[in-house]
Design a protein around this ligand. Structure first.
Ligand code: SR1
Ligand code: MG
Length: 403
């Protein structure tokens, strides 16, 4: 019989005290425990002592928190998250929180408290800039996507990893929310009043639906790399000089471009949302340029690093072929653009929105910003194979959105 039970704040505190030494030597009666998770799926507790020691205890619920018990979910996602984070922390220790303890049965992970950081989405809503963010994310994605793939791993080990990260429940969320709902009149869809006509155009856009089918099929079938699986701006903590990627519960083996595209799609969503977030036109255009230049430098750093790994660390002699490697980079690039576009579309009409657009107070501006996201998203999906480099993307973007 499983020991699983849903934690209350007192359970979380007692469990953390018993299973970590973070509070050793401190008066345990002074510890406090609060549940502050506002994400879609889990309970998240912060246990802290007035002297400054603290930790985060995350517990997976057996259902999707944002919907309720009518949407059951396996708590095996806690195992997947902890095991993926351990691999990520071996590959890029500075870019993920430290894990102190993990319990598969209780679906509990205890990790470093990142309260001195801020969630990237909120920071970008506030118009903040982080000089090392783009470099850090390029390193995180290049290293995790290369060193978990057949380009580096022994084929037998890689196949074992594919099995280790079979994640049907969480993949199903993405398969539905990303690739199905926005393209039909689904009851889960959620769009702003006045956006109905724009949303319904998606449902009959035959050519777009064919491209989305292509992206979904690759998501379903392409076991290229161990993905984080949910690299949106709410899964990244930032502070000056530090970036930490959290929430790897959607991890599975899939197309590398899905992670890269999710990240770029979220940056572009903020780019569009700034239309309604920042009143001062000069400040807004400046911030928008920072985002676009950031995406450019992010991709260049990613591509240089990944290409360097291909040259130096590809173990399979058949894959050690320069012509094929350059074709591979081109395919990852096209996937990246497609998944970035699909992320932008699903965040404007699907179930899970982004705060960037939701908090815009002027309704007209909100509709315009969401409209920009939809137009850009569609263009990225539809034109991805004709966009050879970031310069082409920026030219296309400046033809669609004024900045
Ligand atoms: C029901 S979960 C909704 C969304 O939240 C997660 O972070 C994923 O992005 C998912 O699509
Ligand atoms: Mg999450």
């Amino acid at each position: 019989m499983t020991r699983y039970k849903t934690f209350q704040t007192a359970d979380a505190l007692a469990y953390a005290l018993e299973h970590t030494d973070r509070f050793a030597g401190l008066d345990s009666t002074a510890l406090t425990s609060e549940e502050f998770g506002d994400g879609n799926l889990n309970l998240v507790f912060r246990i802290s002592h007035p002297d400054g020691a603290s930790l985060i205890l995350k517990q997976a619920l057996p259902y999707a928190r944002c919907v309720g018990e009518s949407w059951p979910l396996s708590v095996d996602r806690a195992r997947i998250e902890a095991e993926a984070m351990l691999i990520e922390s071996q590959l890029c220790p500075a870019l993920v929180p430290e894990i102190y303890h993990y319990d598969a049965e209780l679906a509990v992970t205890i990790m470093e408290d990142l309260s001195d950081h801020q969630i990237l989405r909120q920071a970008m809503v506030e118009g903040k800039r982080f000089p090392t963010l783009m470099h850090d994310m390029a390193v995180f994605l290049a290293d995790t996507l290369f060193f978990t793939s057949d380009l580096y791993l022994d084929p037998a080990e890689k196949k074992q990893r594919v099995a280790q990260f079979i994640n049907p429940d969480l993949c199903k969320i993405t398969e539905d929310l990303f690739f199905l709902d926005p393209y039909c009149d689904h009851e889960r869809n959620n769009y702003y009043p006045g956006f109905n006509e724009r949303a319904s155009k998606l449902w009959s856009h035959t050519a777009l639906k064919a491209e989305i089918a292509d992206l979904k099929y690759r998501f379903l079938t392409k076991t290229q790399s161990l993905l984080h699986g949910d690299v949106h701006a709410g899964s990244i903590f930032v502070r000056e000089g530090s970036t930490k990627v959290i929430d790897a519960e959607f991890a599975y083996y899939g197309p590398a471009g899905f992670d890269i595209g999710s990240y770029i799609g979220n940056l572009l969503l903020n780019f569009c949302a700034q239309w309604g977030l920042m009143d001062d036109e000069d400040a807004r255009n400046n911030y928008r340029r920072w985002i676009l230049e950031g995406i450019d430098s992010f991709w260049n750093t990613f591509a240089d690093r990944f290409t360097g790994y291909l040259a130096e660390n590809t173990n399979d002699p058949s894959l050690n072929n320069l012509h094929w490697q350059s074709r591979l980079m081109q395919r990852i690039w096209h996937d990246t653009l497609g998944y970035a576009g699909a992320e932008m579309i699903r965040r404007t009409v699907g179930l899970a929105h982004v705060k960037d657009l939701d908090v815009i107070s002027d309704h007209t501006r909100q509709l315009q910003a969401a409209g920009q996201a939809l137009v850009l998203g569609e263009a990225l999906v539809m034109q991805r194979r004709q966009l050879d480099n970031m310069g082409d993307v920026l030219t296309m973007l400046s033809g669609l959105v004024e900045y």
